[in-house]
Write a protein that binds this ligand. Structure first.
Ligand code: FAD
Length: 543
């Protein structure tokens, strides 16, 4: 138009046979613009069994293109982003095809990510707690761990959830298509499963292809060198484990293997564990694991690894790098790579950047109007709860709702021991970007509940806007921090100020009280510590 340039998605793949207009012509809705010779499509044609469904909105082409399977919405990838989008679209009355190459639905999160890692971390926590109880006069015999039974139990947890997804997909009458999917035209995904090929014609597509573990060049091709998937498929407890990468995934797996008896070394390129997280939140974790693990090397990188029958010999580089050492296994946890490069995006004209990310607008729409993208493949933070919320936006926009992504903060959690959770503004970002904030930190040494659990190493920190006193960000370190952070996420979402949180009655004695007490600290009304305005040294008192 005079004012804007817009992509109009073609309803069919094909070749432009004749242009009926020239640049500068005025056209209106319904004008013939071009003649399209459709590409030949194999398959039996319309899916007679598909139920009647309303036309999808959001730039909807006239009809679903012909293919083996026809759907108003094709979702590529059945992780938390993909299955949520598919279920929501189906609930809004659209015909949906859900495509995934995995044996089970659920993607990384359910199969080889969030859920199996938390199952193993639960076991690690119970093992650590049974050790810690000796300080309270209760000692247990050294536990016996049956690795095969442990792995079986973890798989049963995963199986219950993925089986549940199968049931939910069936009840919603989704067409689930298993195999490797690639876009082969603007409105077609071709799915390969062994020698079988199925074409899926769609009006709208949601790319939810997720991410894969990043690898390091030069490592030997040896089964003792694992990524997170290999580490979760726990087959033995190595005597010495090297974890390359001190981020969340590496440290969670280190927590598991340490509890099971491995001697763990962590090497991290940056000068802090969990780079990007505020240093005061990381400190209690660093202190605790430094006392348990064999070594933590910061600002150090792995230079070379050689494999032989005795193990994996690793040489390190960087200031303070240790001498070469031999490990029984190595876990490579150096981040994740988006899967945007492997989906045939070019066939539909979808732009994918050099790293494999797909850019989207506030409605999760790619540069191609009828193709949406969600989850890890659209960018950081690569988290399941970000993917599910983006999924709902995409499905609702396709169904015709005028909605957009509008979350004020996305929480991050490291399920380590202690857990670390943060949301909204961090001090690291505030300092880098010159954002004004006031900080209130409540030490868990003054929390009766924390002391009663044998822990005094946590803290709850709130960052507030100096003028409005609204909550800008929060960080918590301590057991169950991941559960506690939800209150701060909600407070930021609804625009609460410190007084709102301080006046909210938290049950006593709980760890959740530390949020109320940190808010009282920000508000100057705290009585469990000395209030900040009284110019006296504050002495934490247990409540
Ligand atoms: P994914 O879950 O990656 O799913 C994408 C799906 O698409 C996969 O099933 C894949 O096989 C399929 N696919 C990709 N390409 C194709 C193709 N061409 N054809 C067919 N299928 C295809 N996040 C949290 O929020 N909390 C946690 O505690 C947490 N813990 C984690 C622990 C570990 C060890 C790991 C590895 C990750 C963890 N994550 C966690 C991250 C979380 O798993 C991801 O953010 C989340 O799974 C992303 O969801 P998604 O739907 O974008 O993609």
């Amino acid at each position: 138009s005079d004012k804007a340039t817009m992509d109009i998605p073609a309803p069919r793949a094909g070749t432009v046979a004749e242009l009926k207009v020239a640049v500068g012509d005025t056209v209106s809705e319904g004008s013939l613009i071009l003649l399209l010779a459709p590409a030949a499509v194999d398959g039996p044609g319309p899916d007679a069994a598909a139920p009647e469904a309303p036309a999808a909105a959001a730039g909807s082409p006239a009809s679903t293109p012909e293919a083996d399977v026809r759907a108003q919405v094709a979702v590529l990838g059945a992780g938390p982003g993909g299955y949520t989008a598919a279920f929501r679209a189906a609930d809004l009355g659209l015909q949906v095809a859900l495509i995934d190459r995995g044996e089970t639905l659920g993607g990384v999160c359910l199969n080889v990510g969030c859920i199996p890692s938390k199952a193993l971390l639960h076991v690690a926590r119970v093992l650590a707690e049974s050790e810690e109880l000796s300080a309270a006069g209760v000692s247990f015999a050294r536990p016996e761990v049956d690795i095969d039974a442990l792995r079986g139990w973890k798989e049963s947890v995963v199986g219950r959830l993925t089986g549940g997804l199968d049931g939910l997909a069936r009840r919603r009458k989704l067409q689930v298509i298993r195999g490797e999917g690639r876009l082969t035209g603007p409105n077609v995904i071709t799915v390969q499963s062994g020698d079988d090929e199925t074409t899926v014609g769609f009006e709208h597509c949601i790319v939810a292809a997720g991410s894969s573990p990043a690898s390091l060049p030069g490592l030997p091709d040896d089964e003792r060198v694992m990524d997170s998937t290999g580490a979760l498929d726990i087959t033995e407890v190595p005597e010495r484990l090297l974890v390359i990468g001190g981020g969340i995934i590496g440290l969670e797996m280190a927590t598991v293997y340490d509890a099971l008896g491995s001697r763990v070394t962590v090497v991290e390129l940056m000068d802090q564990l969990i780079p990007g997280c505020d240093a005061d939140l990381v400190k209690p974790l660093h202190k605790r694991i430094a006392a348990r693990y064999e070594a933590i090397h910061l600002g150090v990188r792995v230079d070379a690894v050689t494999a032989d029958d005795d193990g994996l010999t690793v040489s390190f580089a960087g200031e303070g790098a240790p001498a070469p050492q031999t490990f029984d296994r190595i876990l490579v946890a150096v981040g994740r790579r988006p899967n945007g490069a492997g989906i045939g995006a070019e066939a539909a004209g979808i732009e994918v950047d050099d790293r494999g990310f797909i850019a989207v607008d506030g409605q999760m729409r790619t540069n191609v109007g009828h193709v949406f993208a969600i989850g890890d493949v659209v960018g950081e933070p690569m988290l399941a709860h970000k993917a599910t919320h983006e999924a709902k936006v995409a499905a609702e926009v396709i169904a015709g709702d005028d909605v957009r992504w509008d979350a004020r903060s996305i929480p991050n959690v490291a399920y380590t021991d202690p857990e670390i959770a943060w949301t909204g503004l961090t001090e690291t970002r505030a300092r880098a970007e010159g954002i004004a904030y006031e900080k209130a930190t409540f030490p868990w040494a003054a929390s009766g509940r924390s002391l009663a659990q044998g822990r005094d190493d946590g803290l709850t920190k709130l960052l507030v806007e100096p003028e409005t006193r609204r909550l800008l960000g929060a960080g918590i370190v301590g057991p169950n921090a991941g559960e506690l952070i939800a209150e701060a996420v909600h407070a930021i979402e609804v625009g609460s100020d410190a007084q709102d949180i301080g006046l909210t009655i938290h049950p006593h004695p709980t760890l959740s009280e530390t949020l109320g007490l940190a808010a009282e600290l920000a508000d100057g009304t705290i009585t469990d510590l000395m209030p900040p305005r009284a110019k006296r040294a504050s002495t934490p008192a247990a409540t």
